[in-house]
Design a protein around this ligand. Structure first.
Ligand code: NAD
Length: 446
């Protein structure tokens, strides 16, 4: 009876050997981040309880909900919200609409959010959500219904003091507006701070739309200065031409760098003479892809990662740079605009080859930083200028880059195994989280 009810309630769950089993796809991002946390806790000689607490999210909500489609049929969708750790503040993290969204992925993404907020000192914990859906196949009306239904389903688990969603892959400011509106209707009062990345007319912050790319740009600038790379002479490749990737391409081109390759879900476009990022965006808007951009040559994903460039920016999805691709990368800097774009094996190859990798939990933290600013402005109902936002973002990113880089270079001198900047970022984050958990009495008395 219960079995049947739950099956109807949460699609994808099945019953096996006396237990309910959640749908798990073959992707080891979550296992990999657990391993990384254990390694860092051991290296720093922290209490074992630190790893015990950080190795699993505190709560993962799985919901199913129905949407009436334009043709009158009713479809059931599965949604998730993972709340990893809230020792530093309310859970915070994006919502992804993608056909590949699943339980373990959302869990891994929520751990990365905990680490990211700790690295840049945003007073938030880590959360992440998603719905398994291809939003490109929905009409606008269906997309709005789906966004509202998902928020109703998780309404009791979120709130501006509890858990604050934001945009991620295939979600945007309009979707955030529908979500904040629906949540406010459920609660019976306006709670604009429940979601960040909203449009300006609904309590959004100036600078939020371009914040992720602006933060990536600042970390690339700092890394390039460290390595003595001149941005006006640099060749750049960007995988993913959405919010993060396309804005980053425009920002770095404004520094004089040349965009030699870009990729999206349909393939890659390459032109060693460089491509205009704004023209690329117009072309993608018209045709649906960057592939076939005038003057460019089409590349496979493997060929894309092997192009001759100085800076490689993965800005799409997880697990794009594996060991084989890492071995062919010609760039001196890999800037992780995406979350989790490098596999642990890819990481090891980049480290061994001496390529400076700016890790996701630092590189793309501009998004959550300006989300934090948006939340502060919503709480105060007092809004900042573009200059104030840009100055605060600049300070946060420059200071965080320096803290991570200095810790990484210091630790390289005292640890026996080879380290990457990712290790430095995790060390900084885990130290801060452990300190907060210790003082709150979460770590016991051993
Ligand atoms: P988006 O939906 O705006 O763009 C995603 C882009 O990736 C699209 O161009 C799409 O075509 C491309 N893509 C999808 N599948 C691909 C594939 N298999 N190969 C190549 N390209 C593919 O999403 P976004 O907000 O720009 O997010 C991109 C990455 O940045 C994600 O990893 C996300 O978690 C991360 N991120 C985003 C933000 C933010 O504020 N938007 C903040 C931090 C991190």
């Amino acid at each position: 009876m219960l079995r049947g009810a739950l099956k109807r309630c949460v699609s994808g769950i099945h019953f096996e050997k006396g237990e309910f089993v959640l749908p798990v796809k073959k992707d080891d991002s979550f296992a990999a981040v657990q391993k990384q946390l254990e390694r860092i806790v051991n290296m720093l000689n922290l209490e074992p309880a630190v790893y015990q607490i950080l190795k699993e999210p505190r709560r993962v909500v799985v919901v199913s909900f129905q949407v009436e489609m334009d043709d009158g049929s009713v479809k059931t969708f599965t949604g998730y919200r993972s709340q990893h750790n809230n020792v530093l503040g309310p859970y915070k993290g994006g919502i992804r609409f993608h056909p590949d969204v699943y339980f373990e992925e959302v869990k891994a993404l929520s751990v990365w959010m905990t680490m990211k907020c700790a690295v840049v000192g945003s007073p938030f914990g880590g959360g992440k959500g998603g719905v398994t859906v291809d939003p490109r196949k929905l009409s606008k009306r269906e997309l709005e219904k789906l966004s509202r239904a998902y928020i109703r389903a998780i309404a009791n688990n979120i709130g501006s003091e509890k858990d604050i969603p934001a945009p991620d892959v295939y979600t945007n400011a309009q979707i955030m507006a529908w979500m904040a509106d629906e949540y406010s209707k459920v609660k019976g009062y306006n709670d604009l701070g429940v979601v960040t990345g909203k449009p300006l007319s609904m309590g959004g912050s100036v600078g939020r739309n371009e914040a992720t790319a602006s933060g990536v740009m600042i970390t690339i600038r700092e890394a390039a200065a460290t390595l003595g790379i001149k941005l006006p002479e640099a060749k750049v490749a960007v995988q993913g031409y959405g919010n993060a990737g396309s804005i980053l391409a425009t920002l770095i081109a404004a520094h004089g760098s040349s965009i030699v390759a870009v990729a999206d879900s349909s393939g890659a476009a390459y032109n060693p003479a460089g491509m205009d990022p704004k023209e690329l965006l117009l072309y993608k808007k018209e045709t649906g892809s960057v592939v076939g951009f005038p003057g460019s040559q089409k590349l496979t994903t493997d060929e894309f990662f092997a192009v001759d460039c100085d800076i490689m920016v993965p800005a799409a999805l997880e697990n794009q740079i594996n060991a084989e691709r890492a071995a062919t990368i010609k760039a001196k800097i890999v800037a992780e605009a995406a979350n989790g774009p490098t596999t642990p094996e890819g990481d090891a190859v980049l480290t061994e080859r001496g390529i400076l990798m700016i890790p996701d939990i630092l590189c793309n933290a501009g998004g959550v930083t300006v989300s934090y600013f948006e939340w502060v402005q919503n709480n105060y109902s007092y809004y900042w200028t573009a200059e104030e936002v840009a100055e605060r973002l600049e300070n946060t990113m420059v200071c965080s880059f320096k803290e991570v880089y200095d810790l990484y270079t210091d630790q390289c001198k005292c640890q026996t195994e080879p380290l990457s900047m990712r290790d430095g970022a995790y060390m900084l984050a885990v130290t801060r989280l452990a300190e907060a958990m210790r003082i709150r009495g979460w770590l016991g008395h051993s």
